[in-house]
Design a protein around this ligand. Sequence first.
Ligand SMILES: [Zn+2]
Length: 141
Amino acid sequence: MIFNSTFLFYSVHLATRHQNSQITNAKLQEACKRKYLSCIPPLNLVTSSKCRTHLSTTDSIISKQFQGQHGRAYLFETVVNVEEGPSEERHMTTGLHTVKDIHCSRCRSVLGWKYEKAYEQSQRYKEGKYILEKQLLTDVN
Ligand SMILES: [Zn+2]
């Protein structure tokens, strides 16, 4: 069977939705590498709701109990295809933190922030981790 790039592109999304086992992960990886800067295996994908760029996976979610600028936000272990803004100190409900806003490498929209440093000992687990605003992501349960 010949897979052209259009077919493969749609297959990525079909497989994400229906977990179509007939399409192998290798073919999907090959397909999305043509389209995105970094490629995430198709299952449990978290993408930007605006431009569909791959951002992370549901496996990478550390906590869903965060508050962003637009409501609920999630803390992620790893995020790809984002660029970091300058470091800023921010007073949050959990104390002072040094953070960097993160924006989508593709459409440039701000998606959340990365924790560089937490000054309270109890908040140190957030260092190096990322906040993504739920409203800006494709459906994550
Ligand atoms: Zn984007």
